[in-house]
Every structure is written in C-alpha cells, then in structure tokens.
Design a protein around this ligand. Structure first.
Ligand code: ADP
Length: 500
C-alpha cells in the first residue's frame, strides 16, 4: 500500500478535467500540465497547481515525458494519471515514472508493451481459449506466402499495422490483384504513423459490430468486468457514438465476452482499468481485436450504467487497495449513450474544423452529463484532437436514452465551428440505429451529407422521433433490416445556425 495525496494529470482538455474532479472528490490535490496555448484552459484553472511544459505542438509539450517527471519531482507529486492518448500507452514513460519512484496510474510497462502491439497481444492470449479473427499470427515477410494465406482465409481481407491505433494503418483488400499495392500502402502508413512497418492479415468481417468489455484488475489478482460498450457508429474506423449496454448482447453472450476479456487481462498480468475490444459478426460470434491499456474516451457510459467511478477505481488500485466489490456485486442499471462532439464538418467528409466557439451553451436536466474542456469564446487549438466535448445521456431504457439524447443535442448550442452534433441527431433518429440493427458501416450505408442540409421544425422532429420509436419492435423481428432501412424518416437538422 502506498498512499497517494497529490496527482499530476499528464493530459489536457476534457479528460484532464474529468480525472481532476475525481481526484478532488477523493480529497487529494491535483496538478495540471499545459502547453503555452493552453495557458488559460479550464483544466489549468481547475487544478490546485499547474506546470508549463512548452510550446503548442504535442512533441514539445504533452509528449515530453522527462519534463513531466521533472515537474512531479519539483511539486512533490506522488502519482501520474496519463488520461488517454499522449503518454498513456507508452511503456518507456511508464518505466521512467516508476524509476523516478512515482506511481503510474495504469498497468505495468510489461502489460503496456505486450498489448501495444497487436501481434504480440494475439500471441500472449494464445494460451487461453479466446476467439480470434482468422489471420496470420506473424508479421508478413514474404508476399507470396502472405497471398497464399490470404487466399486460404478468403477475400476480403484486412492488412493491419501491428503497432496500429486510431484506425490508422488498415487496408481492405478485396481480391488478390490488389494485394501488393494495398500492402505497400499499409506498410508505408504504418512506418510513418507508428515508426514500425510490421503488418499482418486478418479476415475482413463485412458487417461487424464493435463491442468492447471494460475490465478492472487489482494488484492482488482480483479481476472483474463491467459489461460491454457498443461502439459501432464510426467514421474512418474511429468511434463517434457509443452506448452501454449493447442492444444485441444477451446475458449468456455477455458472460462469455466478460470471461474472455478477463482471460485477456490475465494473459498480460493486467492491473488497473483496461478495455478488451472485440469485433462481432452478423451471427454474433465475437473475436478478440486488441486491448487498450488505459481509460477509454467512452468510459462514461459504463460509469452511468454501473454506478462505478472508473477513475476512482484506478486510483485505489494504484495505491494497492484490493477491489471493493466482486463480479456478483455488479449490475447493469438502465442505458447510457455517448456522443462525441468533434470540431468536424459531417457535411464535408468529417473534416476537422478550426475556429472560435462563439456560442457554447450546454444542455441541462436529469440524466445528462457533459465532459468537456472548453468555454464560450475559446479557440479550438490546431495542435490536438478536435474533440470538444462528450455528451452522455442516461435513462432507464435505450429508447428513453435516445429521446434524451435528441433533447440534449437540441439544447447544446455551438456556433462558430461545425460539429458532429447534427450527425449525431441524424443517427439518433435513424430507424437502423433505433432498431439496434446497424454495424460499423453505418456512415457508408445510411449517411449522405445532404441529409443534414434541410432544417425541420421542433414539431416535425417530434413526429419523426415518434415514428422512429414505433419502428423498434418491427425492426427487431426482421434482421434483414440491419442494412437497408430507409432514411426517409430521419432528421435533416443542423445546429450550425445561419450565422454559425
Ligand atoms: P485501432 O487500434 O486502429 O483502433 P482496431 O483493431 O481496434 O484498430 O480496429 C478499429 C476498427 O476497425 C474496428 O472497430 C472495426 O470497425 C474495424 N476493424 C478492425 N478489424 C476488423 C476486421 N477484421 N474486420 C472488419 N473490421 C475491422
């Protein structure tokens, strides 16, 4: 046991604030770090103390591990919470933190490095019976051999970067004639994005759902899972809307996925909060994709349905405390949905937008949670991820959580930049989403930018929402509606007002 009294949060924006709120609730002190353009950011104002890292670019500020450790030593910090992104999955940093006699709030460098490499992860879990997507378990070295393997798996296949993340370094290959070209592209993308060109092959699951399991493990060998999150609404293989629980996961499937996730965690002696990601095919077979050894962006939906504060659990585990509950103590109550509000233009291929938040007013009311790091009048810095906020709604069932999300989106006023809010509203009103029968191709199958251009009145929107809700039972009885539902009953609303 090592008591923690002061924590430095090695991150910025919404996640830095979210972590600090729990630190404060636990009666501990929090230290912010910041880059020069973030000098007046809310996370800096909120903290008890703040430490400047350097200029805007991440490699001159938030990625400077040694400088962050220096700050900890100067300010008598006990532990570092890395948030997500930046240094959160950097095994070298985690080791340097431990070498400086500080606590890294996360798993060991060993677990991080195994799970940070998709091939190493697959090999590590091979001693357990974890279902895997058919594919190669080694990096491709010989093209001829790789083509033979691809033919035996059957096209389409996916070439993936072993060190990949954030949906980068992935190439779909529809037939052998494209193999070499796509392989070259995947290797060069992997080299430039991750400094490691190792790629491997996986069967491309054509209509998959992305479903992941949250796990917690303490330093005493206790493991629990906190059920699933479904993150199938994605653009560029990156999540944009998530929910818990998933509408397709039955109690027996949940138990099987939970057990598999805990086995993955055991395979790398995991400690802390982590997420085991699975891809689920149309027949609801699930396959291990990877483990993320940190807090996920979408963790709030799990917090809402379980009533557990995951950051609090991370901190207690880092102190060496045993988990205060067992699997049988955990229950799903209600339904939660998260919309990531990105400074992106959904009507222009989700291209990042920059500018000033001239209006920024949050929705309010029961069952609404907003995790954000911005205020009205602030500029969106160009250096970092363009996520402004996470809008989470919680209610007793999925339909009510969707209705609440529509209301919350309507109450979220942002002008000055384009955001993904109009897209999220389109999704909430779409029969495919409402029925639960959608997959990771939702955007390609159902969304065209024109659908955001026309604005509806409040009354029309109410009627559309009612129509959508009435479709749920019918759609659930008809699995073929998963892909070809008509978008006619969906909203064409935008919150980018004419002056926005
Ligand atoms: P990253 O680490 O880059 O996020 P993942 O392996 O977690 O990569 O996959 C990200 C997304 O890519 C998944 O949620 C899914 O949409 C898609 N994907 C990954 N593997 C497959 C596969 N074998 N078949 C179909 N889609 C896949």
């Amino acid at each position: 046991m090592r008591e923690i009294n002061k924590i430095l949060v090695a991150n910025r924006g919404e996640i830095a604030l979210r972590v600090m709120r729990t630190i404060r609730e636990m009666g501990m002190k929090c230290v912010a770090v910041y880059s020069e353009p973030d000098k007046n950011a809310p996370h800096v104002k909120y903290a008890d103390e703040a430490y400047c890292l350097g200029p805007g670019p991440s490699n001159k500020s938030y990625l400077l591990g040694e400088r962050i450790i220096e700050g900890c030593l100067q300010l008598n910090v006990d532990a570092i919470h890395p948030g997500y992104g930046f240094l959160s999955e950097n095994a070298t940093f985690a080791r340097q933190v431990a070498d400086a006699n500080l606590i890294f709030i996360g798993p060991s460098p060993h677990s991080i490095s195994i799970m940070g490499d998709k091939l190493a992860a697959k090999n590590a879990v091979s001693t357990y019976k974890i279902p895997m997507v058919p594919g190669t378990d080694q990096a491709i070295l010989d093209i001829k051999e790789a083509k033979e393997k691809a033919a035996s798996i059957g096209y389409p296949i996916l070439i993936k970067a072993s060190a990949g993340g954030g949906g980068k370094g992935m190439r779909i290959v529809k037939g052998e004639e494209e193999f070499e070209e796509q392989m070259k592209r995947a290797v060069s993308e992997a080299k430039s994005a991750f400094g490691n060109g190792a790629v491997f092959i996986e069967k491309y699951i054509t209509s998959p759902k992305h479903i992941e399991i949250q796990v917690l493990a303490d330093q005493h060998g206790n493991y629990v899972h906190l059920f699933e999150r479904e993150c199938s609404v994605q653009r560029r293989h990156q999540k944009v809307i998530e929910e818990a629980p998933s509408s397709v996961v039955s109690p027996s499937m949940r138990e099987a996925m939970g057990t598999a996730a805990i086995d993955v965690a055991k395979a790398c002696n995991y400690c802390g909060a982590g997420t085991v990601e699975f891809i689920v095919d149309e027949k609801l077979n699930f396959y291990f994709l990877e483990m993320n050894t940190r807090l996920q962006v979408e963790h709030p939906v799990t917090e809402m349905i379980t009533g557990k504060d995951l950051v609090r659990e991370q901190i207690l585990i880092a102190e060496g405390q045993p988990l205060g509950f067992e699997q049988q103590d955990l229950h799903i109550r209600g339904h939660a949905i998260e919309t990531r509000v990105y400074a992106e233009d959904p009507s222009n291929n989700f291209l990042p937008d920059i500018g000033t938040l001239s209006t920024y007013q949050l929705p309010q009311g029961p069952g609404i949670r907003v995790d954000d790091g911005f205020q009205e009048g602030m500029e969106i810095p160009i250096y970092y991820d363009p996520m402004i906020a996470k809008l989470v709604t919680y209610d007793e069932d999925r339909h009510k959580a969707i209705q609440k999300m529509i209301r919350a989106i309507d109450g979220f006023r942002i002008t000055g930049i384009s955001t993904t809010l109009p897209f999220a509203r389109f999704v909430m009103l779409h029969p495919a989403f409402q029925s639960g029968k959608f997959d990771t191709n939702f955007v390609e199958n159902h969304f065209t930018p024109d659908q955001l251009k026309q604005e509806f009145s409040e009354d029309e929107l109410e009627i559309l929402a009612t129509i959508g809700a009435s479709l749920i039972p019918a759609a659930q009885q008809n699995p073929s509606s998963m892909h070809n539902t008509s978008p006619n009953t969906t909203s064409k609303w935008t919150n980018r007002r004419r002056n926005g």
